[in-house]
Design a protein around this ligand. Structure first.
Ligand SMILES: *[C@@H]1O[C@H](CO)[C@@H](O)[C@H](O)[C@H]1NC(C)=O
Ligand SMILES: *[C@@H]1O[C@H](CO)[C@@H](O)[C@H](O)[C@H]1NC(C)=O
Length: 388
């Protein structure tokens, strides 16, 4: 349906070239780079049918569904867009998503994208340069996790994520609450699909809590980036802007708890991995052809938080994970992920038993699984007297 023409291909190649080049060069001094940045920026921003200015400063471009960035990907050259999954898993818990319907995105107060279009956050020139820096960072051993995981031949998961606005000490640090779908080994062949919320000042220029997605098929080396900033994820929905801010009604410490449900599952017929928000809103999919291992199945699914710690003057960062409080503080105070389900090869959904946990530095950020009550608590303040 959608054809990739040679100029698209050229710019896709140019982009890869620029990424490679920026890894080795000081771009502000390399001649011609400004022009390249402009070209890439122009290329990334597809011609909109309509544009909406969000109160947080984002411009939301409503772009025709067949002009979206995914179709710049060489592997998706002959891809025929699918408007809905062939298959919806039978989840155990059908009621865990009411809370997400009340939680909308900030830009919704200013308009809607028409049918046949998808909302895309417009890329600024700074973003192109930042995304190169950010692209490199996903590969650094500065990340800290407090997460739980299960292994097996897995085909999907559903979970409800409690939403907070953690403080970030440095603008190039971030804090996320997310799901990881993992295939391959933790090396050059690592395949991941990730989705959740995060606060990432360098990526967006603010401290808002935003919905994000990420994927890689080579351990974050040459493929993958956040949201729709590089081609790969195909969006089918006109209501949710990936990367968009939530309305600033955050969970209050000890008060009302807000959450949203994400579902990621493999369409057993096409092999694509679909992403759903809440109880019915299907956002889009990662085509099976993007991946090696994940074109078969996942061998690990993980839920929890990730922070990048650049520290300062030999101290751990004060960047918070989750609510900024430790799991032992429990409901209302610690950040949680609940109603976790996984999908096996026969399409049966179940609650994962015997979750394993990862806490890289549990005096800084920790995790506790209490799966009988269906809650997984995680997070922490970062720097404190036990985490100097
Ligand atoms: C797309 O289709 C053309 C013509 O059938 C074929 O030569 C090409 O290899 C295909 N590309 C991909 C990425 O499948
Ligand atoms: C984000 O929050 C930090 C404090 O945590 C503040 O120093 C910084 O100015 C904020 N950044 C923006 C872009 O608002």
């Amino acid at each position: 349906m959608t054809k990739l023409n040679s100029s698209f291909h050229f710019v896709a190649v140019l982009y890869v070239f620029m990424v490679a080049r920026f890894c080795y060069a000081d771009t502000s001094r390399s001649p011609g780079s400004r022009q390249q940045v402009e070209e890439v920026t122009r290329h990334l921003n597809k011609h909109p049918v309509k544009s909406i200015k969000s109160p947080d400063g984002d411009i939301i471009d409503c772009v025709h569904i067949s002009h979206q960035p995914a179709f710049d990907h060489p592997l998706l050259k002959n891809h025929t867009i699918k408007m809905k999954p062939n298959y919806y898993p039978n989840w155990i818990n059908k009621m865990s998503s009411e809370a997400s319907s009340s939680l909308t995105q900030l830009w919704h107060s200013k308009g809607k994208c028409p049918k046949g279009t998808i909302p895309i956050i417009r890329t600024k020139k700074e973003d192109v340069l930042n995304s190169v820096k950010i692209y490199r960072k996903k590969n650094l051993p500065k990340q800290q996790h407090a997460s739980a995981y299960t292994n097996g031949e897995l085909y999907g998961t559903k979970a409800s994520l409690n939403i907070w606005n953690p403080k970030i000490q440095k603008s190039n640090e971030y804090s996320s609450a997310q799901i990881w779908i993992v295939g391959g080994s933790f090396d050059a062949d690592l395949n991941t699909i990730e989705a959740g919320w995060h606060v990432y000042p360098e990526l967006y220029g603010d401290n808002n809590t935003r919905l994000f997605i990420h994927w890689t098929s080579d351990g974050y080396r040459k493929t993958g980036c956040y949201n729709l900033k590089c081609s790969g994820f195909i969006q089918t929905d006109n209501r949710i802007a990936i990367g968009g801010s939530f309305i600033p009604v955050m969970t209050q410490f000890g008060g009302v708890q807000y959450e949203f449900t994400l579902t990621i599952w493999k369409d057993l017929q096409s092999g694509d991995w679909w992403l759903q928000w809440g109880s019915e809103l299907v956002i889009g999919y990662w085509p099976s052809s993007l991946f090696s291992y994940l074109s078969e199945n996942a061998w690990m699914i993980q839920w929890g938080g990730e922070v990048v710690n650049f520290g300062s003057h030999g101290h751990h960062t004060t960047t918070q994970m989750g609510s900024g409080h430790f799991p032992k503080q429990g409901f209302g105070k610690a950040s949680y992920i609940r109603h976790i389900e996984i999908l096996d090869e026969s399409g049966n959904s179940k609650t994962p038993k015997d979750l394993n946990t990862i806490a890289d530095q549990n005096s800084c950020y920790d995790i506790s699984t209490n799966i009988d009550d269906d809650f997984l608590y995680y997070g922490g303040p970062g720097r404190n007297k036990n985490c100097p």
